[in-house]
Design a binder for this molecule. Sequence first.
Ligand code: FEO
Length: 398
Amino acid sequence: MEEIKPNVFWVGAIDWNIRDFHGYETRFGTTYNSYLVKGEKVALIDTVKHGFEDELLEKLDELNVKDLDYLIVNHIEMDHAGCVDVIVERYPKVKIVTNIRGKNGLKDAYNIDHDTIIVKTGDKLNLGNKTLMFIETPLIHWPDSMMTYVVEDKLLISNDAFGMHYASERRYDDEFNDEEIGRIFFETAKYYANIILLYSDRVRKVLKEIKDMGLEFDAICPSHGIIWRKRVNEILSHYSKWSNGEWENRIVIAYDSMWNHTERAIHEITKGIEEIGVPFSIYKLRVSDLTEVMTEVMLSKGLIVGSPTLNREIFPSVAAFLTYMKGLKPFNKIAGAFGSYGWSGEAVEKIVNVFNQLKFDVVKSVRFKFSYEKVKEDLRNLGILVAEKVAMNNDEGQ
Ligand code: FEO
């Protein structure tokens, strides 16, 4: 049994096989982390996804949990509150501890209306030898989200924040080699880009709040993936950078193409980027995983999007990407657009409209009738201008 600190246990479940988490590609699977804190009273923090209840209950049996006093519901989403009903049935005297939005959400989503203690930021629950303190973190990830801090052990049980979809028997960051940790950090960025990015203002607020509270962390224990114990400052620093829009000087080119006219134009654009010496990556959207593309888009300062015009519209795979990206509200981006057309040619303007809605700095757009041959210079300049601004932006930031 994984004992994180004396009488604080990991009692979660590992989902090795999941590859599609409500549309999010989870190539390394995931975990649903649940934690048990034993003082004179016993508290379970979060449950697991429905279908994994046996793993949770077996662990509670191993720990000889005959009576459970409190069930802390940090978040009502189905991957964490999916077994609240199972726990309430097994331990009918348990008191649920959550905030008012959590209480209402349990009723709305699960028709659970059990004995509940409502808490807000700064409230404490004394378990005898252990004290839990609650920090509301609305919209990281849902309105009900909150974190639980184990005061004596300096553990932040952070729910979705600081987490990543990564299945492993190893629980702590210091149990992985450098290559694995690089992968885990990418998965953590992926989680931020695809789940949390649009709430970056909330993240900044929470980071300030926990700093102002003077909280210290021996470990940060998220609800997905591994526990941060060696790299606490590093993960906090990443969250600070991502929430403040401090991106790397790289460019993503995301595009699709029908008869390769738009695709071939990329060669001219990249010539311009290479002249300035900025790294770039290219994604053909029809064959790329949106979750990964979105991660690279978030991490990179520059974005260039290409689409042919189809039926007076943006090509469907590019439109899907733009819709997905717009919802996640990336910010502080330098952007360009390009694309071929046959007769009407609306796609490029529509891409620029999306960029404008996101307040991107749009430096140039290029559209061309069928062949890019006549606009080679324009395309090269598009690459140069985006790359120059990305590089300049970087210098200014140093
Ligand atoms: Fe892991 Fe928002 O649930």
